[in-house]
Structure formats: structure tokens, C-alpha cells
Write a protein that binds this ligand. Sequence first.
Ligand code: F6P
Length: 326
Amino acid sequence: MSMDKKYTIGILTSGGDAPGMNAAIRAVVRTALENNMNVIGVMHGYEGLVNGEFRPMGARDVGGILQRGGTVLLTSRSKRFMEPTGQREAIRKMNEAGMDALIVIGGEGSMNGANALSQQGVKVIGLPGSIDNDIWGTNIAIGTDTAMNTIMDAVDKLRDTASSHQRAFLVETMGRNSGYLAVMAGIVCGAEMTLIPEVPTSVDEVAVAVEEAYKRGKTHAIIINAEGSGIRTTDLAERIDQMDVGFKTRMTILGHIQRGGSPTAYDRLLASRMGVKAVEALIDGTHGMMAGLKGKGIDFVPLADVITNKRQVNMEYYRMAKVLAR
Ligand code: F6P
């Protein structure tokens, strides 16, 4: 660390926002200030890094944001930053602003960007933030627990009306190419069946599951369809409704509701812990790494490993959801 200039950390959020990102920003800023460092907030993710959209972050700038969803630094999916010229420009802007290190909060794509900067000599720490929970190297990402709770609340409400009318509800969850949210929703929402990208499922199989639920005397049936399952929820609903499965069907696409809202206690705590650890890691000379929850502790894993490994859905949970649907 230089003696004449305060060590300066840049911080940005990138990709899809996730509840708890603000809690992580707050933790980074306050831990840095506690250690006599400066923090510069980068607006609009990597796009703002390329453009030099910077603002100094003081303790009061992160007041009252712990409980807020979204990200006060705003976010984007930057095409320009994916190109080497954009990355070179970003590094130039960082140097001009006197940034010694960068903390990136985001999902898989954001960790790719963080690794690209790291390869070019920038001191980077990644924090996993994504409702999809598809990032390798952490048990769970910031925002996933809140999204899960949002799905659970929504399906509980849908179940009320589903059983009153004796209907089958097809509910679409987010998750991009990962079935994580859908599988976990299958368990916590008591779904009859869960369709995920990892397990190809036919419309006929869904029809059988709904019909069997009807024959077993259930008052309703809930089918969770992950957005990446390969079957569009609208098509599925239409085709099941045309079949004679006992229940009439309705569908709900939860969409971006899953990305918003006040972070749960779990997400606030996870984000705070990761934010603190990220700054402490930089102080210890660690970089080129992502914070991950391993067991009960926060560990650091190389960004190079994060981007080359694919996080798999634990199929034990998929089987469990099936057993519990009886
Ligand atoms: O990665 C988070 C996520 O919400 C995915 O679940 C979803 O596929 C995607 O982002 C939606 O992206 P956008 O907000 O750009 O439509």
C-alpha cells in the first residue's frame, strides 16, 4: 500500500440485480473506511467502468440501503466491456481515477469480466450475486434466498385459489439455464412436478402427474416450470388444458418479481459477511478470487476456476421433491 495516497477500492454491480447487493456495497464501503481506505462507486456496472462514471462513496452514502432491493450503483449488461478494447479503456479509466483494486458483485457473466480484468493485472475480488444460484464456488449467491422466498409467497397465494377452484397451476420461475430455483421451489411449495433444464420432460409426463394428483383426491396441483426447461409455460398450459386431466389449468409467469424486494435476513447477513471479507482479502494481498460460502464460512476461490466450472443442481433435491409430491 502506498504511503502518500490512500488505497482506493472501486466497486460495481453488474448483470441482473439481486436483493442484498446493497447490503454488500454498504459492507464494502464501511469496512474500507474503517481501514482508512477510499471507495469509488462505479455506476451502471462495467459500462460505467468503460465510461468512467465514478462517484466517491462515504459512510452516509450507504445509509438506509441495507433493506433495499436492487442496487444503488445501478447495473447493466455491457457489450462494450466484453471486447478487449472496452476492457483496456476500463483499465485506463481505473488508473486515471487512482483505483488500486476493484470489487465486482454479480453473476456468472460478471465473474467472467472480473477474471478478464484480473488476467490483465487488475486486483479484483468477486462477490457472487444472482437469484439463479448458478455460480460455481459458493453454496449460495447473494439474492437467491430472497428470490426463493418471493416464489414461495407467490405459490402459497396461488395454492389458495387453486384449491378453492380445484385447478392445476403452472408456475414459471426464473433461473436462466439452471433448475436450482425451480427444484427448491418444488420442495418448499409442495409441487406435484418440477420441470428443469437438467431433466428433459414431456408434456405427456406433466399431464400424467396432474391427472394422478386429481385421482389421489388432491384439491389442486402445482407444476413448477423453470424458464430454461425447454417447454414454454404458455404452450404447456394450453396443451394440458386441452387434455382430460381432471383439473382445469391456469398459469402464472412470476418473471422479474423474483428479482425485486427487500432482502431476507439471510441475504443481508451473507452479503454483509462477503463484503467485509472482500475488503479484508484485499488488505491481506488476496485478489483474482471470488468469495464463496463453504460450509458455514466464507472462503475464496480463484476466479479462473469459477468461470471454467459449471455449478450443477443437486439432483438429490430433485428426487426429494418427487417423493414429497405424493
Ligand atoms: O440472471 C438473473 C435473471 O433474472 C435470470 O433468471 C433471467 O433469465 C434473466 O436474468 C433475465 O434477464 P433480463 O432482466 O435482462 O430480462
